[in-house]
Design a protein around this ligand. Sequence first.
Ligand SMILES: [Zn+2]
Length: 53
Amino acid sequence: MCKTCNNTGGLSIDNGYYLEFRPCPDSHCDFVRDDSDLERLKARLEQSMRESA
Ligand SMILES: [Zn+2]
């Protein structure tokens, strides 16, 4: 469990107008991003692009 980012993988910085997301600066951060959903979505997008071409 990373205490710097609370295991979110980064920090939200409030700039007043918008929130900026910075990757966790802690070199000991043990956060592991789960990209499995993103990879599935990308594969589906590529497939539908091929089918419409
Ligand atoms: Zn962290």
